[in-house]
Design a protein around this ligand. Structure first.
Ligand code: ZN
Ligand code: FE
Length: 255
């Protein structure tokens, strides 16, 4: 069954997302960054809110849970690995579990690294993934609660989805990510072309989200830690992908 996705900016650089199952009219909010903006998006679409699907516990992702739950009686579904930190949680889910949004379903992936219990939601039939703060366009989340090996494993899991998978990331960080990716000096025409397009979009305030798995595999340095060309650019010939990933993340934190 097809889903209808609405994306809207929240706070300075977050995105909010509403997902409506077209067969049943059931609506889910992916995370709850800014309740006022979520209410406005619901009103604009003429939708009511049934479900909240949280990716992780950070305030800009779960901070609106209680207000929206109180207003709509929405059921809150979130990561089992950090269930104690999700306000209003009704159902904890983890790797391989399936979440129903009406007649549509999303498979849950554990994607630890940014936070210890972070999860992503993959609507396989629709070719759509909501990845929270794990994967960004040309970037990845900071490692607040995880080691590089964990985040690399999480990113590999997402990278294994079909190339055409549409990826909804929770922040508009892409322009800064593009500048960082270019600074690494990897010989990569796909990145050069992508960065040029991103600078164009951002110059007029256009969103760069969603992206696709294929576009990210081609240009996102954090998905390219197993590529010899990235290792070479970092002076890490022969290093393991986890070592290359860790160094890339370290450089980004200092960029
Ligand atoms: Zn976060
Ligand atoms: Fe965030």
């Amino acid at each position: 069954m097809p889903i209808d996705v609405r994306q809207f900016p929240c706070f300075a650089d977050n995105y909010g997302f509403l997902v409506r199952d077209e067969a049943t009219g059931v609506v889910a909010s992916i995370d709850t960054p800014e309740p006022e903006k979520i209410e406005a998006a619901l009103a604009a679409a003429g939708w009511r809110l049934d479900l909240i699907l949280n990716t992780h516990h950070h305030w800009d992702h779960a901070g609106g849970n209680l207000a929206l739950k109180e207003k709509w009686g929405a059921r809150v579904i979130g990561p089992a690995g950090e269930a104690d930190k999700i306000p209003g949680l009704d159902e904890a889910v983890g790797e391989g579990e399936v979440v129903q949004v009406g007649a549509s379903s999303a498979t849950v992936f554990d994607t630890p690294g940014h936070t210890a219990g972070h999860i992503a939601y993959h609507f396989a039939e629709d070719g759509v993934a909501f990845v929270g703060d794990t994967l960004f366009a040309l970037g990845c989340g900071r490692l607040f609660e995880g080691a590089p090996a964990e985040m690399w494993a999480s990113l590999k899991k997402l990278a294994a989805l079909p190339d055409e998978t549409v990826v909804y990331c929770a922040h508009e960080y892409t322009e800064a990510n593009a500048r960082f990716a270019l600074s690494l000096g990897e010989e990569n025409p796909a990145l050069a072309a992508r960065a040029a397009h991103i600078f164009e979009l951002r110059a007029t305030g256009e969103p760069t989200v969603p992206t696709t798995i294929g576009a990210e595999r081609a240009a996102n340095p954090f998905l390219r830690a197993a590529e010899a060309s990235l290792a070479a650019a970092l002076g890490l010939d022969g290093a393991t992908p986890v070592e290359v990933f860790a160094e890339t993340r370290r450089l980004k934190d200092a960029f």
